[in-house]
Write a protein that binds this ligand. Structure first.
Ligand SMILES: [Zn+2]
Length: 263
C-alpha cells in the first residue's frame, strides 16, 4: 500500500485499484508540545489506516508545503506559491503516468487549504488525464463538536493535540503545554474582510485554546470517525465514473470553435 515500500511489480498490481492518496501536511511550530511535522504525520497515519480497510496506494507524506503565516517562528519551511503549484502538478502528473487516474489530496494543514483550492482550478484547463479529489480536513466535524470542551480550537489545541496523543504519543510533550487558556490576540476588527496578517495577529505563538483538555481517548474517537469517513469516500471515488469524463469534455470544448451569436 505504501508507494515507497512496495516493489515495482507490486505497485503495478495496485494500478487496478485506480486510487492514490497523497497525504499532505507541513513543517511549522505547533505550540510548545507538538512536533513540527504534526500535520503530515497525522495525514499519513490516517491514510494508512484507511488503506488497511479499502485498498489504495499511499504516497510518502508531503511535508514541504505552504506555511507563510508561521515563517516568524523557528521550524517553518514554506515553499513559494508558484513552486508549490508547479510541484503539485508535477507530482500528480507522475502519479498518473504510473497508472493512477484518481488522486486524493489528503490535507491536514489549514494553511494549505487555499492553495489546494487554487491548485484544483489551476489544472482544470490543462487537459489532464486524471482527476484530483480534495476532501475537507475534518470529515467528521460532528464528533469534534461533541467531544470539544474548550471554546477556541484550531492549532495545537485540544482537538489537534488529542489526535496527536492517540497517533504518536511519543512525540507529544504534554509537560510543555502552557498554563491557562490562550485566546485569539487579534486586536483589530475589519470583519467581514480578511487580511494577510490575521493569522499572525491572532496566534503569534502558533497555539490556541487549552491543550490540557486533550486526551488520547478523544483522539481515538476523532481518528476512528475520520478513517471511517475516508474509507466511505475512497469507495465513492472508486465508483465515480463521471468526474474525469466531465474534465475531458470541458477541455475538448476549449479547443472547439464557439458558435456565433444568434446562429
Ligand atoms: Zn497542525
Amino acid at each position: 500500500m505504501e508507494w515507497e515500500k512496495v516493489t515495482s511489480s507490486e505497485l503495478y498490481e495496485m494500478v487496478r485499484e485506480g486510487v492514490c492518496i497523497i497525504p499532505i501536511g507541513s513543517l511549522e511550530k505547533h505550540g510548545e508540545h507538538l512536533p513540527l511535522g504534526n500535520d503530515a504525520l497525522i495525514a499519513h497515519k490516517i491514510a494508512l489506516m484507511a488503506a488497511e480497510v479499502e485498498p489504495v496506494v499511499v504516497l510518502p507524506p508531503l511535508f514541504f508545503t505552504y506555511t507563510k503565516e508561521m515563517k516568524n517562528l523557528t521550524g517553518a519551511i514554506s515553499i513559494e506559491t508558484d513552486i508549490l503549484l508547479s510541484f503539485l502538478e508535477n507530482l500528480c502528473d507522475e502519479v498518473s503516468r504510473n497508472g493512477f487516474k484518481k488522486i486524493i489530496l489528503l490535507n491536514c494543514h489549514g494553511g494549505n487549504r487555499n492553495i489546494l483550492h487554487v491548485f484544483l482550478q489551476h489544472i482544470t484547463d490543462r487537459g489532464k488525464d486524471y482527476a484530483v479529489y480534495l476532501p475537507p480536513i475534518f470529515l467528521a466535524p460532528e464528533v469534534i463538536k461533541e467531544l470539544r470542551e474548550t471554546s477556541e480550537t484550531g492549532h495545537a489545541c485540544e482537538i489537534e493535540t488529542s489526535i496527536s496523543l492517540y497517533l504518536f504519543p511519543e512525540l507529544c510533550k504534554m509537560d510543555r503545554v502552557p498554563g491557562g487558556f490562550s485566546s485569539s490576540r487579534k486586536d483589530y476588527d475589519v470583519s467581514p474582510a480578511r487580511t494577510s496578517i490575521d493569522w499572525y495577529a491572532s496566534y503569534p505563538n502558533a497555539y490556541v485554546g487549552d491543550a490540557k483538555f486533550a486526551s488520547a481517548e478523544k483522539g481515538r474517537r476523532i481518528v476512528e470517525a475520520q478513517v471511517e469517513r475516508l474509507v466511505d469516500l475512497i469507495r465513492k471515488i472508486k465508483r465515480d465514473n463521471k468526474v474525469l469524463g466531465k474534465l475531458r469534455e470541458f477541455n475538448e470544448k476549449l479547443r472547439e470553435p464557439k458558435p456565433r451569436e444568434g446562429s
